[in-house]
Ligand binder design. Structure first.
Ligand code: URQ
Ligand code: ZN
Ligand code: ZN
Length: 488
């Protein structure tokens, strides 16, 4: 199958130029002006002056996640398909082993679930406990299965939360393997105590959720993870940074030369904590996710973080629970399954509130929706760039197209949308995945199982250098004369 995208303007994170793009199978073969189709079988896509960008990469999703006593309603087929409708051509989802479950066994479980995917996928693997077996299996996953990132939850006490000792051991192991440790940074102990106090005070509704996990809870944990990574010498990637407190911790570390990355969710950029005071329980509960939506002033800090490079990637933490699932917490907000959706709307929200609003250039848009993530997780320029030899995973982006976001019309398997009613400008006109047109003229043309697992190699060069530096600065014991003190 060959495909020729004509009449578009190629936008990469570092260049913009008018060119046609010719793909054969899943590879971009030629880029240039006025290309001809080599034969009558080539599919022509008329870009009509729109932008031709690398397909979006969402580094944070949870399709069909078993969590808080239920299973997320979005599965790998419907979720990746909804992403394709929004211009997203790769997700990095999470394998989250149960208590003392083998990481490899959990990885095989998730790989099985993902076989139905319509779009491409990769996996971070969560370290939810520690043992010699975990240490060993991290190596197998890194060497043999293309996993170069390991997740750590500092929240969710009594479920998947790990303590500082596991953070340190796992960060050391990541450094050894050349893998990136990532963290959900909230102080799970403090959240647990604040939840208890709120319930005892009779606050059982969704308004209790943000009260139990204020920005300080995230700022402290982000700083702690960063300090531990600093002592180990590993990089660290903070997922869903939602507040200035966490951004400031990242900024301090980056200013000191530490390799720290920050990820911002599209939802946290435009939704604030007033949603939890909605008189309608469903409207408030539908917004329960962690970290929670914050007071509005944090949004400007997050936008600033994306434009000044303190944060590098955007994501959605797409983790869907329908309202009847959210109702599990009707009498107790701590039992409301945490999670919201965003995979279909992230790129339009970022274009509309970022580029159209004058905060981001089109090249910066490509950086934060695709290229930076591809570089951090070591799949650039195969992904994250329109270039010869790169994957034919592209989006023809219509900068002037507009749509109104609604659960009534979205392709996500969820009866709620945190962007409900939002009019966005900037839409995916055509999405190409694995060299096939999978979205055009508002229609999905997807196939169950067409999505591929994308392996992500580890970073030996960079990490070996860090290990050498660690070796060179290893403290040594002071050599002393025999003590003169006579012990009784
Ligand atoms: O914490 C996460 O990232 C998962 C469990 C999704 N839920 C959420 O509220 N963010
Ligand atoms: Zn999280
Ligand atoms: Zn998550």
């Amino acid at each position: 199958m060959s495909l020729l995208i004509r009449g578009g303007t190629v936008v990469n994170h570092d260049q913009t130029y008018r060119a046609d793009v010719y793909c054969e199978g899943n590879v971009i073969k030629h880029i240039g002006k006025d290309l001809d189709a080599p034969n009558g079988k080539t599919r022509i896509v008329d870009a009509g002056g729109a932008y031709v960008m690398p397909g979006g990469i969402d580094p944070h999703t949870h399709m069909e996640l078993p969590f808080m006593g239920t299973v997320a309603s979005e599965d790998f087929f419907t979720g990746t398909a909804a992403g394709l409708a929004g211009g997203n051509t790769l997700i990095i989802d999470f394998v989250i082993p149960g208590p003392e479950q083998s990481l490899l066994e959990a990885y095989q479980q998730w790989r099985g679930w993902a076989e139905k995917a319509a779009g491409d996928y990769a996996f971070h693997v969560a370290v939810t406990w520690w043992s010699d077996q975990v240490e060993e299996e991290m190596g197998v996953l890194a060497r043999e299965h293309g996993v170069n990132s390991f997740k750590h939850f500092m929240a969710y006490k009594g479920a998947i939360m790990v303590e500082d000792d596991v953070l340190m051991k796992s960060f050391r192991r990541c450094l050894e393997l050349g893998a990136v440790p990532t963290v959900h940074a909230e102080n799970g102990e403090v959240v647990y105590l604040m939840q208890k106090a709120l319930l005892e005070a009779g606050i059982t509704g969704p308004e209790g959720h943000p009260l139990s996990r204020p920005a300080a809870v995230e700022g402290e944990a982000a700083n702690r993870a960063i300090q531990i990574a600093g002592m180990v010498g590993s990089p660290v990637y903070i997922v869903h940074v939602s507040c200035k407190d966490a951004l400031d911790a990242i900024a301090r570390a980056r200013a000191a030369g530490q390799r720290v990355y920050g990820e911002v969710l599209a939802q946290h950029l435009v939704v604030d904590d007033s949603v939890y005071r909605n008189k309608q329980w469903e409207q408030a509960a539908g917004h329960v996710m962690s970290p929670p939506f914050r007071p509005k002033h944090h949004q400007e800090a997050l936008w600033a973080g994306l434009t000044n490079g303190i944060a590098q990637t955007t994501a959605t933490d797409h983790c869907c629970f329908c309202l009847d699932q959210k109702a599990m917490g009707r009498e107790d907000f701590t039992r409301i399954p945490n999670g919201t959706a965003g995979i279909e709307d992230r790129m339009s929200v970022l274009w509309s509130e970022g580029v159209r609003a004058g905060r981001l250039t089109p090249q910066e848009f490509v950086a934060i929706t695709s290229a930076n993530c591809a570089q951090i997780f070591n799949i650039y320029p195969k992904r994250g760039r329109v270039d010869i030899g790169a994957d034919a995973a592209l989006v023809v982006w219509d900068p002037d197209g507009s749509r109104t976001i609604s659960a009534k019309t979205h392709h996500q398997n969820l009866d709620f949308n945190v962007f409900e009613g939002m009019e966005v400008t900037g839409i995916a006109a055509t999405t190409i995945s694995n060299g096939q047109v999978v979205w055009e003229n508002g229609q999905l043309n997807v196939e169950k199982g067409a999505g591929r697992y994308i392996e992500r190699p580890t970073f030996p060069v960079l990490f070996d250098a860090v290990k050498r530096r660690n070796e060179a600065t290893r403290p040594t014991a002071v050599k002393r004369e025999p003590s003169k003190v006579v012990t009784p």
